[in-house]
Design a protein around this ligand. Sequence first.
Ligand SMILES: CC(C)(COP(=O)(O)OP(=O)(O)OC[C@H]1O[C@@H](n2cnc3c(N)ncnc32)[C@H](O)[C@@H]1OP(=O)(O)O)[C@@H](O)C(=O)NCCC(=O)NCCS
Length: 329
Amino acid sequence: MGIVRVEPDAQLFDEWYDVYRLAHVHGREATALPFSRREIRAMLGVPLPRSEQRVYAVLDDGAVVGGGWLYLHLVDNTNRAELEVWTYPEHARRGHGSRMLAHLEQVAVAEGRSVLGAEVPWVLDSEEPVGCRSAFMLAHGYANVLSDVQRRLTLPVADDALAALMPEVDGYTLRTWTGSVPEELVAEWADVVASLETEAPMGDLDYEEVTPDVEEIRAEERLAHAQGRVSVAAVAVRPDGRLAAYSQIYVAADDPIAYQWGTLVRREDRGHRLGLAVKVANLRLLQARFPRVTSVSTYNAASNVHMIAVNEAVGFVPTERLGEFQKHL
Ligand SMILES: CC(C)(COP(=O)(O)OP(=O)(O)OC[C@H]1O[C@@H](n2cnc3c(N)ncnc32)[C@H](O)[C@@H]1OP(=O)(O)O)[C@@H](O)C(=O)NCCC(=O)NCCS
């Protein structure tokens, strides 16, 4: 029995991935959103300036029986590490998860971290965390500090329904694109994207402001390219050239589900229905460019009434819950 770090080009990576996928999908076949093999390989191989990710396997007799994932912030929130632990379903309740968690916590401490975060899903019909994943986190001293809801939108949404939803946006110009952020917008884009980290409801998450970073945006684009992902984006631009709002979706290679990333309206521009406008504009672009995509998945804090109102207006329906757990060491 032992724990080893798994490199993306190691022979063990494929077996590690198979167990990752199996454990993530087990018992939640309709709602799980595991990364593809190619996406994780790229995440571990393409460097980002502001974070580092490492993955580990629990081995028993040479076979992978569990896994773990550690995410270290390198520039802001350097007191934090995000982690995930899983066990091969048939090997649950034998201590593998606890062994992996202890290992990740040890590495986090060695890296100077004192706050640990972990996201755990549970069924929709309970507001309280239920199931083996949350029982495991609670047993190890983690608290559920923010509750999120996963929602899914079935595509296509009828063009006339989108047209009926699209509000007037007097004084703002809507722009959309796929792929890289246009050079003339990238500084503003970095600014609004960074503000999402603390502008969205945070519950009791201990999370500090993120500084805007154009180099990070460009590095994330290189990563998305290596993953086979395409960004689909819409913004509302003010007459002075500043971005008032944005919404971004990632389309993954060979995946019928697209992933809603951030949506945000700057504080001073709220109240003009710009959130709905950028969402509708982005869905139109997504449907036109990627007819193979049959649904979009999104997560919102359960308390985020304005964002949820926009999402439910376009037709998103709740599918699962997700708790953001946290522990201070
Ligand atoms: C949640 C998960 C990470 C826990 O890993 P594990 O190796 O089973 O965890 P451990 O054996 O170290 O369990 C440690 C403690 O967590 C808690 N726990 C774990 N699974 C639990 C469950 N199903 N119900 C209640 N408590 C549970 C218990 O307090 C347990 O201690 P105990 O067995 O002495 O009571 C792992 O089961 C997992 O990946 N689950 C998702 C996929 C899967 O395998 N599903 C099948 C199990 S539901």
